[in-house]
Design a protein around this ligand. Structure first.
Ligand code: PLP
Length: 404
């Protein structure tokens, strides 16, 4: 049986074989605990961890001491938001975030609300984007933290991070940026971008699952966090627990490759996405791009196929691995909270599919995928009385099929 064509690179990515090769010795002979100070096994592991720390820091313009290893972005987000809220809660109890954030941020904010913090959830514009002016208007004297993501995982919209970072620094408010989807895909520089806390995750950048890190600024200002995990005081007390050495080595290798190949990767996935969308738009009408065509992750295409139900379309393309909305919420029948926050109507939200193109994707795969989608959409529309009415020129203005 041939495996489906994988077009879900925002959900996760395969481990790059070059990354795997660097990890393997740390499962075998180099199995030491990086915290063992008394023998060569420990020293070897510690050295590998230090090297990885340097590679990650280099990719995002940080210093190695500012990297705290975690199990991935969900944990990093919890540590950043809860850790900062607990540390600075006596200064103020107001946090600003976006309605379009990942659930890891939204649910952590809900947790903080229960602890007595007040959270403002900004609505993005109809392309899923925020402006620094909008954040400025929401800032209050008691605001301690702004959490606005770099790149949205469902629609790929890129926020004006540098402007938001500059604003936060000017106003003395910490800026946390969820860069899980952005790192390795677009240039990230925590210094120039004015970011105080940033999360990234290995499995989104051709590294292994279950490992990531939190960048914690050490200067101008020095950010302090209350640890969320008590134990042996690893990672300068911010995250106790024996380090996942093979995973960390893999994350380091993945970051090194991203730094070397960022431009080539971005060009590759952008060209594939353009080819894909061109094919789709030349054969199908009533298809809408969700997201910001001008500020979008190169390898992400979220499309709504009006008059077609997303889940039926996914069933009609069994040879393609795609997702409707994000992997975490696609199990529920609720329309995507991201599309809802942008004002996309429920019908169009239910007819949306996210396509992702990555390092291993080929033009041949893209062409085959586009063909299958075109044919499935045409078939499903043949069964749609609404589509038939539109073809006959009947006014459906009472039905909410508008793009936004
Ligand atoms: N934030 C964003 C934007 C994501 O896309 C994801 C992954 O789906 C996460 C956070 C959570 O990352 P992890 O799987 O490393 O916990």
């Amino acid at each position: 049986m041939t495996r489906p064509i994988y077009l879900d690179y925002q959900a996760t990515t395969p481990v790059d074989p070059r990354v795997l090769d660097t990890m393997l010795p740390y499962f075998r002979e180099c199995f030491g605990n990086a915290a063992s100070r008394s023998h060569a096994y420990g020293w070897e592991a510690e050295k590998a961890v230090d090297e990885a720390r340097g590679k990650i820091a280099s990719l995002i313009g940080a210093s190695p001491k500012e990297i705290v290893f975690t199990s991935g972005s969900t944990e990093s987000i919890n540590l950043a938001l809860k850790g900062a809220a607990e540390m600075y809660g006596s200064r103020g109890r107001h946090i600003i975030t976006s309605q379009a954030e990942h659930k890891a941020v939204l649910d952590t904010c809900k947790h903080l609300e229960k602890q007595g913090f007040e959270v403002t959830y900004l609505a993005p514009d109809d392309k899923g984007r925020h402006s620094a002016e909008q954040v400025a208007e929401a800032l209050r004297d008691d605001t301690i933290l702004v959490a606005i993501m770099w790149a949205n995982n469902e629609i790929g919209t890129l926020n004006p991070v540098r402007e938001i970072g500059a604003l936060c620094h000017e106003r003395g408010v910490l800026y946390f940026c969820d860069a899980t989807q952005a790192v390795g895909k677009v240039p990230v520089d925590v210094q120039a971008d004015g970011i105080d806390l940033l999360c990234l995750s290995a499995h989104k950048i051709y590294g292994p699952k279950g490992v990531g890190c939190l960048y914690v600024r050490r200067r101008n200002p020095r950010v302090r966090l209350v640890a969320q995990m008590d134990g042996g005081g690893h990672e300068r007390g911010m995250r106790s627990g024996t380090l996942n050495v093979p995973g960390i080595v893999g994350l380091g290798a993945a970051c090194e490759l991203c730094e070397q190949e960022l431009e080539a990767d971005a060009t590759h996935s952008r060209e594939l996405r353009e080819r894909f969308e061109k094919r789709i738009f030349s054969e199908l009408d009533h298809v809408y791009v969700n997201g910001d065509p001008e500020h979008r992750l190169p390898g992400c295409s979220n499309l709504s196929f009006a008059y077609v139900e997303g889940e039926s379309l996914i069933m009609g393309i069994p040879d393609l691995a795609v997702s409707s909305g994000s992997a975490c919420t696609s199990a529920s029948l609720e329309p995507s909270h991201v599309l809802q926050s942008m004002g996309v109507g429920d019908e169009l939200a239910h007819s949306s599919i996210r396509f992702g193109f990555g390092r291993p994707t080929t033009t041949e795969e893209v062409d085959r995928a586009a063909e299958q989608i075109i044919s499935a959409v045409k078939k499903l529309r043949e069964l749609s009385p609404l589509y038939e009415m539109v073809q006959e020129g009947i006014d459906l203005s009472t039905v909410n099929w508008t793009s936004h």
